[in-house]
Design a protein around this ligand. Structure first.
Ligand SMILES: Nc1nc2c(c(=O)[nH]1)N[C@H]1C(S)=C(S)[C@@H](COP(=O)(O)O)O[C@H]1N2
Ligand SMILES: [Mo]
Length: 504
């Protein structure tokens, strides 16, 4: 039994050493090349749509944490098993480590933009783990079996200490690697940026003051995040080039400082995710500063028929936006500022795209490095390849923020409130009803444009007991949200949000 535990510990210690050495080498070769991140990235890209949909629905914004935890658990189990086998047949241990190393290297090589040295973290990690395996389960291991009842067990304590040392070394190495991996002068460079004042500053909206309502402007820390990047791409503004090419008469190349010198607009715009469920939180409203996209397109002069703009991010993710929508007068922009500061790193620093009226996956490329004029028949971007719709205008959405689901409130008068958006069409009315009664029209916050969400509130009377509050919104074209609930795939959820609460 003791020997088995030792073997399990030795196996997992070797895996920990592999991961730690991988992280240390990745300090030089780049954060997405470390074995766990490379494998995680490969899993994200290879996961079939229903599983991904399930993951996003189950874990929400913790989907990446869940994936890393899953990889960690799998690795621990497999390496524990390898440890058990390796004490009997050492070659099985070495073969297992070689397979690990090759899998990690293959995953890294499969990433967009991979270079040959991206395999080094996994390979060196595997070699280090093999050395550790040899030291821990090396010659002499068998001799530590109890020779006779009650006799001292030679060497055991030394070996146990060796396993502890191995875990300790792996811990220190891993923490050092992880800490150094994200450490370059990017935060410094971002803090040093002085954003220009906008040539055109849009009006500043004001929200309703109701306890429990979603604030009109979403602070950076509360803004949802959705992307396929396991580690945030780190794009230094000094090395930044944006290319506008493909089917254009005049290809354009711009550095970050050239982009900052162009006339800018600043606008409050809501961004929402196609995966947002009825009543969900995958939407935010911010004040974005950026270069109007239409001006840049005019300069590049797209060919007739180039009806899709393919956005590419530094990590290879792609996005397809209708060319005509970007030129129809709406505030489509290449954003560099978010709520008065340079874009936060996880929000696409240094440059991302924002197009009011379209879900993020067809418009909002973060870490944007290229716009390629193409056509919808010639190219399927990342999510379209995975069967999401190529055209995805934002559907009308309304949500109850207060009361919270299953809350208990005092009976009598009660203020209920929430938000609604029908982006680029505008919200004309929001109605609520209690327990399937008559609809009543709510009070709407003043609004500065059709591109932001609109808060609503209503005073209602409730008797003691359990109640259901429903909400529905109507846009400026006169369309009211349909009651039936439809899940997000393939082009956005619809249906009325409702909240059950108790009054007493
Ligand atoms: N490079 C890159 N940009 C991306 C994505 C991505 O996976 N990679 N996801 C898109 C999706 S699906 C959405 S909803 C928005 C989310 O932007 P946020 O994380 O700033 O809220 O970014 C878009 N831009
Ligand atoms: Mo999204």
């Amino acid at each position: 039994m003791r020997d088995r535990l030792f073997a399990i510990a030795a196996g997992t210690a070797c895996a920990a050493i592999a991961v730690a050495v991988g992280l240390l080498v990745a300090v030089v070769t780049g954060p997405d090349t470390s074995p766990v991140i490379a494998v995680g990235g490969a899993i994200i890209d290879a996961t079939p749509e229903p599983v991904k949909d399930f993951a996003i629905r189950t874990f929400g914004e913790y989907d990446k944490v869940a994936l890393l935890a899953g990889i960690g658990i799998t690795l621990s189990l497999v390496s524990a098993g390898l440890g058990l086998w390796a004490v009997k047949r050492r070659w099985i241990g070495y073969t297992g480590l070689a397979v690990f190393g090759l899998l990690g290297s293959a995953a890294a090589w499969g990433r967009p933009g991979a270079e040959w040295w991206w395999a080094l973290p996994s390979l060196t990690g595997a070699v280090a783990a093999a050395v550790a395996l040899c030291l821990l389960v090396g010659p002499g291991f068998r001799s530590r079996r109890p020779p006779a009842e009650g006799a001292p067990v030679p060497g055991r304590s030394v070996d146990r200490r060796a396993v502890l040392y191995a875990f300790g070394l792996a811990g220190v190495g891993g923490v050092t690697g992880a800490a150094l991996g994200g450490r370059d002068d990017l935060d410094k460079a971002r803090n040093a940026i002085r954003l220009p004042a906008p040539a055109s500053a849009g009006p500043i909206g004001r929200g309703l003051e109701v306890p429990g309502i979603t604030p009109y402007i979403t602070p950076a820390a509360d803004f949802y995040r959705v992307d396929t990047a396991l580690v945030v791409p780190r794009v230094h503004p000094d090395d930044y080039t944006l290319t506008i090419g493909g089917r254009v008469a005049n290809p354009v190349k711009l550095s970050y400082s050239q982009l900052l010198r162009r006339p800018m607009i600043e606008r409050e715009i809501t961004l929402s995710c196609v995966s947002n469920e009825v009543g969900g939180g995958l939407a935010g409203n911010a004040r974005w500063l950026g270069v109007p996209l239409a001006d840049l397109l005019d300069e590049a002069s797209p060919e007739a028929g180039a009806d899709q703009i393919v956005g590419r991010s530094a990590d290879g993710w792609t996005c397809g936006t209708p060319t005509d929508i970007c030129r129809d007068g709406r505030d489509a922009m290449l954003a560099v500022g978010f709520n008065g500061a340079p874009l936060p790193l996880e929000r696409g620093f240094p440059v991302r795209m924002i197009v009011p009226g379209l879900y993020g996956y067809v418009s909002a490329t973060k870490w944007l490095v290229e716009l390629e004029l193409s056509s919808f028949t010639d190219f399927d971007p990342y999510w379209v390849e995975r069967d999401w719709a190529a055209q995805a205008p934002v559907k009308t959405f309304s949500r109850v923020d207060t009361p919270k689901p299953l809350a208990t409130v005092p009976a009598g008068e009660l203020t209920v409130a929430g938000i609604a958006y029908a982006q680029h069409r505008g919200i004309s009315a929001v109605e609520v009803r209690v327990d399937g009664g008559d609809w009543s029209t709510t009070e709407l916050a003043p609004v500065i444009s059709s591109d932001t969400w609109r808060q609503w509130k209503q005073r209602i009377e409730v008797a003691a007991g359990r109640h259901t509050l429903e909400v529905r919104a109507t846009d400026h074209t006169g369309q009211t949200q349909p009651e039936e609930r439809v899940t997000p795939f393939p082009d956005g959820a619809t249906g009325w949000h409702s909240v059950v609460f108790t009054a007493n």
